[in-house]
Design a protein around this ligand. Structure first.
Ligand SMILES: NC(=O)c1ccc[n+]([C@@H]2O[C@H](COP(=O)([O-])OP(=O)(O)OC[C@H]3O[C@@H](n4cnc5c(N)ncnc54)[C@H](O)[C@@H]3O)[C@@H](O)[C@H]2O)c1
Length: 289
């Protein structure tokens, strides 16, 4: 059920590849809340994924763009401003890719051409989107821009690889640009640090199934789903959050504040050999609970 939180608002949603994509869920929720938007993705993602169907469903267009190319991003803004015959109110940057992760290159054996691509696609593209938006004066006052991040920007997680560096840069760009855009145009910029989510990009991380189970056990509220992330995006695009800017906002069921949980400890102990289990003082405590 919608609450008309985005009634009359217009936007651009980058990164809806298929039904599992976080951006896809955001598009659906924004529509429910009364927003109109254009979609954008790479030409190959448009061919291989289902974003054209999503566009048809919401009577809009998918504008092809490789987000590393400024000319492509300019086309997205031109097409969008033309479609709405005016400025927009929100942007979702839901873009990430690491060729090193894809090719299973460990962090101490990175391919540097790939590393540059990771940074360009997953972090610099956010700056390019913001700089282009500002150049075109495309966003209304009190507009809102969100990029999706991950806790690997702050903490080291096994196999997240060079995407951790990209996310750290992404969050920093939100702060640095947030200062300028806030001061000059009253536009807010935030990143949402989302739980692991079973999407095409998420599932590409080695050991993703185990990570998903671990974070579920560690988070008092459980992992946040893509649909819940979409709900959160709606609130941040709405007028109810106008003074939130330059923040990295954890949307992770509490994971980021945890050190060890009962459920995770139980599983960890189960995985120890039986004779070790008996000797383990934590196990005895757990049995007593
Ligand atoms: N899935 C997770 O576990 C998780 C957790 C935290 C944050 N995130 C972030 O959420 C965002 C969306 O990812 P997702 O999980 O929905 O997966 P997804 O695979 O559905 O989306 C990633 C999108 O990035 C697009 N993309 C890749 N290269 C591009 C380029 N050069 N130009 C433009 N677009 C390009 C892809 O086409 C795809 O649509 C990413 O930034 C990701 O890092 C994901």
């Amino acid at each position: 059920m919608g609450y008309n939180l985005l009634k009359g608002k217009k936007g651009i949603i980058f990164g809806a590849l298929n039904e599992k994509s976080i951006a896809w869920k955001v598009a659906e929720r924004c529509h429910e809340e009364g927003a109109e938007f254009t979609l954008s993705n790479t030409p190959i993602a448009i061919r291989m994924g289902n974003s054209s169907e999503l566009a048809k469903q919401f009577d809009t267009q998918v504008i092809p763009a490789d987000a590393t190319k400024v000319e492509d991003i300019e086309n997205v803004f031109k097409g969008t401003l033309e479609q709405f015959n005016g400025k927009i109110d929100f942007i979702l940057h839901s873009i990430g890719m690491s060729p090193n992760v894809r090719k299973r290159k460990p962090y101490d054996e990175l391919n540097y051409d790939f590393f540059q691509k990771t940074l360009d696609i997953s972090a610099l593209s956010f700056h390019k989107v913001l700089q282009t938006a500002k150049k075109f004066d495309a966003i209304n006052e009190w507009g809102s821009v969100i990029a999706l991040s991950y806790i690997a920007a702050q903490r080291t997680l096994f196999e997240y690889n060079d995407m951790a560096d990209a996310k750290a840069a992404l969050e920093s760009i939100a702060r640095s640009f947030g200062y300028i855009y806030g001061r000059e145009k009253k536009i807010r910029i935030n990143t949402i640090s989302q739980s692991p989510t079973p999407t095409t990009a998420g599932s590409g991380v080695k050991g993703f199934g185990g990570l998903l189970d671990f974070t579920e056990r560690m988070s008092p509220l459980g992992n946040a789903t893509a649909e819940e992330c979409a709900d959160y995006c709606v609130t941040l695009f709405s007028d109810l959050t106008r003074k939130i800017t330059m923040q990295n906002l954890y949307h992770d069921g509490g994971f980021s504040s945890m050190g060890m949980s009962y459920r995770a400890m139980q599983m960890y102990n189960k995985s120890l050999e039986c004779k070790d289990c008996k000797e383990n003082p934590y196990n005895q405590e757990l049995e007593e609970e």
